[in-house]
Design a protein around this ligand. Structure first.
Ligand code: PEP
Ligand code: MN
Length: 342
């Protein structure tokens, strides 16, 4: 349930008092203060609240009973876009480009790719140290050594870094190496112990939609991080990432779900990022799909770039050549400017 009130502190107090009479404790309230109204979100079971009790109050503009469980992510609760700060970068304002290799293979490979993507205009470096692979015989990532390399390159080039966390036990290691953005991969979209633990960190989380996870399931997953739970109080720095579904057509590794870009933008206030690499699986499709996502309203893209794709240890087929990163960024910025004229 959401109550919209006029922006006035005394009025807010009176509404909170009235809610108390209805058995709602202050700890169950999430108050968002906008300039034109204050919005009070009420957590948990609100079926016992009598809406009529508020109808005569001049402070109240609107009472909205919500059927979704991820109330705090909704536009009704939070009409303005959320901007997630990563260092000096503001995700949700302008276009954010995150790129780098699928997997960190060596310090040299990471540094060369990072230099290429930085000079191409990327805002963040992505690189996987822990790789969830379908087969146990495939390269699993460099683990802690990879995190160490990321930290070194980050310090050298001043680029914030994004990397995937596969297990909550690794949070202290991610903190030790000062990882900026914790990516939750498609396979872990509903890893609830991981999501609950990430609700307790103060770093941004990039949550990928799992293969065949519905919009409602996806937003419920994001809500574990955003709204908190019994273990942790919530982490408001959540970014949503669309990365496609497997379909019956063997032509594609996955198929990008373009609907989800405008839909998530309309339903929620969180930044929406597109992953055209995993949602196509094919280098020649990455840029056109990325452009389509930006045209549809994506706040950013996460794109795999490699210095030597044919010899990449992971996802070479879908990786952009580092030498093409500049042209890719140029085209994406052109599309962004066309749909967001100043
Ligand atoms: C990745 O980003 O390299 C990755 C493993 O992606 P996903 O979780 O979307 O499969
Ligand atoms: Mn990959």
């Amino acid at each position: 349930m959401i109550l919209k009130t006029r922006p006035d502190e005394d009025g807010l107090e009176r509404v909170i008092e009235k809610l108390g009479q209805q058995g709602v404790e202050p700890k169950d309230l999430d108050i968002s203060k906008g300039t034109s109204s204050y919005i009070i979100g009420i957590r948990g079971d609100t079926s016992g609240i009598n809406e009529g009790a508020f109808s005569g109050m001049p402070e109240i503009e609107d009472v909205i009973r919500m059927t979704v469980k991820w109330k705090l992510l909704s536009r009704e609760y939070h009409p303005e876009d959320t901007v997630v700060k990563v260092g000096d970068i503001e995700v949700g304002r302008g276009l954010t480009i995150m790129s780098g290799p699928c997997a960190i293979e060596s310090y040299e490979q990471l540094l060369k790719t990072a230099r290429a993507v930085r000079s191409a205009g990327a805002h963040m470096l992505r690189g996987g140290a822990y790789k969830p692979r379908t087969s146990r015989v495939d390269f699993q990532g460099l683990g802690e050594d990879g995190l160490q390399m990321l930290k070194k390159v980050k310090d050298e080039l001043g680029l914030p870094v994004v990397t995937e966390i596969t297990d909550k036990e690794n949070i202290p290691l991610f903190q030790k190496y000062d990882i900026d953005v914790y990516q939750v991969g498609a396979r872990n979209c509903q890893n609830f112990p991981l999501l609950k633990a990430l609700a307790g960190i103060d770093r941004p989380v990039l949550l990928k939609r799992g293969d065949h996870i519905s919009v409602d399931e996806f937003l419920n997953a994001a809500d574990y991080v955003y709204s908190g739970n019994g273990e942790n109080s919530g982490n408001k720095k959540v970014m949503l990432c669309e990365r496609g579904d497997k379909t019956a057509d063997p032509a594609y590794r996955n198929v990008f779900n373009i609907n989800n870009i405008p839909n998530l933008r309309q339903m929620t206030h969180l930044p929406v990022i597109a992953d055209p690499s995993h949602s196509t699986g094919e280098r020649r499709l990455v840029l056109p799909v990325a452009c389509a996502a930006v045209a549809a309203g994506a706040h950013g893209v996460i794109i795999e770039v490699h210095i030597d794709p044919p010899n990449a240890l992971c996802d070479g087929k879908q990786s952009i050549y580092a030498k093409d990163a500049k042209e890719m960024a140029r085209q994406l910025k052109t599309v962004y400017a066309a749909v967001h004229p100043r």
